[in-house]
Design a protein around this ligand. Structure first.
Ligand SMILES: Nc1ncnc2c1ncn2[C@@H]1O[C@H](COP(=O)(O)OP(=O)(O)OP(=O)(O)O)[C@@H](O)[C@H]1O
Length: 656
């Protein structure tokens, strides 16, 4: 008896003993999956391990029928199959592609070993169904819907125990098994782990072929392709969804189905899941992804988990009348002044989309966001991209003007209106914004009685300067902003609900920097702006600095980022900012104290006054010195009775 015959005899004994329960399934075979298959072979298919079967090759006629049933798929799979074979042929592997019944419909192997391969069933037309061939990679993959390696003695049939075979399933867009990709070798090392790489490679190619087929099947529909990696989404995005014009998912690849759940079941129940159910987005967010531009990737946050996914749209090859309807949404106008404020953060995109649509309408806009998130920058950008851009943008910080002066500042006064008034009177800030935009920052700090007057301006389009007997018509667009919860202020009776509704024609949310998916873009654009504006010399950020900036929490948002970059530029050497050059709080694990954690009134009034003097009443510089926002400094000043010199009509100043 040859060594091979001995090994086969031993294998038959092992399986017979297993069938009789002589060996426990945990000892042999090595994996549960193979054990299940052996059981099926014996009890379901009635295969006899002592009767090894030669390979079954179907007739030419039958083969053609099997090939014809997957003709379109074979055309798509060809390139992937040839590429994979190019990688493995020199290692002694052959490649089989079978249909869902296990019939080999495509085969690539070494002609020099033709006879041996044919004998082993590694050949075109071979039947690798579990029912016929017993436990084997293809058959067991079909039965279990799972990729696996069937290594040597894992095979049921003793004639196969020198083979190592690895298979992965390929599913159609509805999740049904379409084909099996297999790579097999006539001889292999004993150790099963020698095939780990084969398993990974086969799974990778099975997925690529499956995706290529999906793209082919849905080539006339818009495909929403997404991935957790921004860089990979366009080359190899994992998740594919064919969508209709309402953003409903018609079909998805295996990964996509796993991501959004059991689609076939939902479909059977007559529900077509919409992408807006799975991502925190509106339909416009999806259709605003441009098809034909370099930067055609957008970030989306998953509902619930908040995980970020990056998405691109693949344009249909033929624009059907149905998908042509999407053009109403795709008309995502480019407005450079607004577009430059964000890259692919979903909240920012929605905010900017709304800002674009409303920039030339006279609805009140309310910008909401933590301190330093760029509320004033956004208001300016809206003004500059609107048809009011030729006229003034007047910014009023309601927290910065002492309550006693805010009325005259806003409404102006006529000559001789009150003692101390300028002899010629003064045009108020509202009037200065005539034809342009009035930006009311920190609107939550506006005194109640002035809220009433402001409401009248908004409702009637006219103001009554102090001391005037006739109102003056003004036509200004009002944009208000706050970091406060106006709802709470209204409940406490500190803010008028009617003014709130008048100001809040639409609210534009600015997310905190730490939540923005486009933080990298913000960091570079802030740096570029500072350099272009002459505020910084031309420095570059080293990778460790970028990592630290991306990881930090930014309680002071973009303003704090501006300060951190200015600090780093002043301390760095050789035109390169490293992590070591950043302010300590940005690189330490310790969270910097939040502004609110600082004492309510800030430093003692002497240090505050000293700082104001030292910085010539430059509030931004004082805010930087204490590491807080400008409104906080104004709040401290208000609490300590310190008034800006220009409000006192003097060159220098002290407390009240
Ligand atoms: N997109 C951006 N690109 C570059 N710099 C920005 C951007 N957004 C904001 N900044 C900078 O961040 C700082 C804070 O911006 P801004 O004053 O608009 O914030 P804010 O939300 O109005 O602050 P506050 O609530 O304190 O009034 C400014 O120096 C501004 O120039």
């Amino acid at each position: 008896m040859t060594a091979q015959q001995l090994a086969q005899r031993h294998h038959i004994d092992t399986i017979l003993s297993y069938a009789e329960g002589g060996q426990s399934a945990t000892e042999f075979p090595e994996t549960e999956l193979i054990g299940r298959s052996w059981k099926r072979c014996i009890s379901e298919y009635g295969l006899d391990p002592s009767q090894p079967r030669s390979a079954r090759i179907v007739t030419q006629q039958t083969l053609r029928e099997h090939q014809d049933s997957v003709d379109e798929f074979l055309n798509v799979a060809r390139a992937g199959v040839e590429q994979l074979y190019g990688m493995i042929s020199h290692l002694g592997y052959v490649l089989l592609l079978t249909d869902h019944r296990g019939i080999t419909v495509q085969y690539l192997g070494d002609r020099r070993s033709d006879r041996r391969l044919r004998q082993a069933g590694l050949y075109l037309g071979a039947d690798w169904s579990e029912q016929y061939a017993g436990t084997c990679a293809v058959g067991t993959c079909i039965a279990e819907h799972q990729a696996l390696t069937c290594h040597r003695v894992d095979h049921f049939d003793a004639t196969h125990i020198s083979l190592t075979c690895t298979s992965a399933p390929i599913l159609d867009p509805s999740g049904k098994l379409l084909a099996v990709l297999d790579i097999s070798a006539l001889d292999s090392p004993q150790a099963r782990y020698s095939q780990t790489f084969a398993l990974n490679l086969t799974q990778l190619y099975a997925r690529m072929i499956e995706d290529a087929y999906f793209l082919r099947r849905y080539r006339n529909q818009v495909i929403f392709r997404c991935d957790a990696s921004r860089e990979f989404v366009q080359v190899n995005g994992q998740y594919l969804f064919a969508i209709d014009e309402a953003g409903r998912v018609e079909a998805s690849n295996t990964a996509g189905r796993a991501l959004i759940g059991d689609m076939p079941r939902q479909k059977a129940m007559g529900q077509k899941p919409g992408l807006t159910q799975f991502f925190e987005c509106q339909l416009e967010d999806i259709w605003s992804i441009p098809f034909d531009q370099d930067d055609q990737v957008r970030a989306f946050r998953r509902q619930g988990s908040g995980d970020t996914f990056f998405a691109a749209l693949i344009q249909p090859r033929i624009v059907s009348p149905r998908s042509a309807g999407t053009e109403t949404f795709a008309a995502d106008e480019q407005v450079p002044g607004l577009d430059r404020l964000a890259a692919d953060d979903p909240v920012m995109r929605r905010t900017l989309g709304l800002a674009k649509r409303l920039r030339n309408r006279d609805v009140g806009l309310l910008i909401l966001g933590e301190t330093g998130t760029g509320k004033e920058i956004l208001a300016r950008a809206i003004h500059e991209s609107s048809n009011r851009s030729k006229r003034s943008f007047v910014a009023v910080n309601c927290a910065a003007i002492p309550e006693s002066l805010i009325e005259s500042e806003l409404f102006g006064y006529v000559a001789g209106a009150f003692t101390g008034a300028r002899t010629k009177g003064m045009r108020g800030l509202i009037q200065q914004a005539d034809g342009g935009t009035l930006f009311l920052d920190e609107i939550g700090d506006m005194p109640l009685q002035l809220q009433t007057r402001l409401l009248r301006v908004l409702a009637e389009g006219e103001i009554l300067p102090i001391g005037a007997d006739r109102p003056v018509r003004v036509n200004c667009r009002v944009i208000a902003a706050t970091h406060q919860d106006l709802g709470q202020l209204i409940e406490r009776g500190d803010f008028r609900a009617d003014l709130y509704y008048r100001l809040n024609g639409a609210s534009l949310k600015l997310p905190p920097l730490r939540q923005r998916a486009d933080r990298l873009h913000v960091i570079h654009s802030v740096l570029d702006n500072l350099i272009a504006g002459g505020g910084l010399s031309a420095v570059r950020l080293r990778a460790d600095a970028v990592s630290a900036l991306l990881a930090y929490d930014w309680p002071g948002n973009i303003r704090q980022l501006v300060n951190a970059l200015m600090f780093a530029e002043a301390t760095c050497d050789g035109g390169e900012i490293t992590a070591n050059d950043l302010p300590e709080e940005c690189v330490s694990d310790r969270m910097p104290p939040l502004e609110n954690d600082l004492s309510a009134t800030g430093p003692e009034s002497t240090p505050l006054l000293n700082a104001l003097h030292a910085h010539h009443w430059n509030i931004s510089a004082v805010a930087r010195q204490f590491g807080v926002s400008r409104p906080t400094v104004y709040r401290w000043m208000g609490q300590q009775g310190i008034i800006l010199p220009r409000f006192l009509g003097r060159g220098d100043v002290s407390g009240r």
